[in-house]
Write a new protein. Structure first.
Ligand SMILES: *Cc1c(COP(=O)(O)O)cnc(C)c1O
Length: 228
């Protein structure tokens, strides 16, 4: 594996190529550097190479890292969020990608109001109906939309999904395409054009971009293996 700067450059190239294959603009696609369980030195290397957007999946780790890195860095919460940790995340995470049920959205809305914040959220969808994954089922999401619209202190920016791991990137394609179709149909039904898609990780981000992803969450392909 090359240096972090080299990896970043290569990732941006691959992202641009995947975008071009799908007739899309590379600038529509955001790269979240997933820094969970990576040493702070490696994250600093990414910052030094000009990257400033990071994703974490644990609240305590997120809090620690925010304190150790420059204040221009932006942080997204991408992992399962317990309701008792919501209050800690709101002041530091610009976006939350893992809003997996209505109750969590309601709690974020309420605490955001108290904190005077206006977080952007992605609704996590269990698009493959995988029993091991959290997230709204497409039906549950449809049934929750009316209640979600009552929440004025959050901004729903899109849908997120995590297909179960498969060494073959093409295995994720159908799930990414299904998330895109779900976003399209919700967009039409509820007049929410422009719902974004947070999908694609180290193994399958190029497929995700071909299927319409606006936000890829890449950890190991940038930083190398994580510590356990
Ligand atoms: C860990 C994680 C990633 C990054 O996984 P890699 O395979 O290392 O790229 C992306 N999204 C979520 C939600 C994660 O927890």
């Amino acid at each position: 594996m090359g240096s972090i700067a080299d990896n970043l450059e290569r990732l941006h190239e691959q992202i641009a190529k995947a975008a071009q294959r799908a007739d899309r603009k590379p600038s529509e696609i955001e790269l979240i550097a997933v820094s969970k369980r990576q040493p702070i030195e490696k994250i600093r290397e990414a910052v030094d190479a000009g990257h400033d957007l990071f994703g974490e999946n644990r609240v305590n780790e997120l809090q620690n890292k925010v304190g150790m890195l420059p204040s221009h860095c932006r942080w997204h919460m991408i992992g399962r969020l317990q309701s008792n940790k919501v209050g800690k995340v709101i002041p530091i995470a610009e976006q939350i990608h893992s809003v997996d049920c209505l109750e969590l959205a309601q709690r974020i809305d309420r605490l955001a109001k108290e904190a005077g914040r206006f977080p952007k959220i992605y609704l996590q969808v269990n698009i493959a109906g995988d029993i091991a994954k959290s997230g709204f089922s497409p039906d549950a999401l449809n049934q929750s939309m009316e209640d979600l619209f009552k929440l004025h202190q959050i901004e729903i920016v899109g849908l997120m999904t995590i297909p179960s791991y498969d060494p073959e990137p093409e295995a994720s394609r159908i799930h990414f395409a299904n998330l895109r179709k779900l976003a399209q149909s919700l967009g039409e039904e509820y007049n929410m054009p422009g719902l974004k898609l947070s999908m694609g990780m180290s193994g399958d981000y190029e497929v995700a971009i071909e299927e319409g992803s606006h936000c890829v969450r890449v950890g190991t392909a940038l930083f190398g293996e994580r510590s356990s």
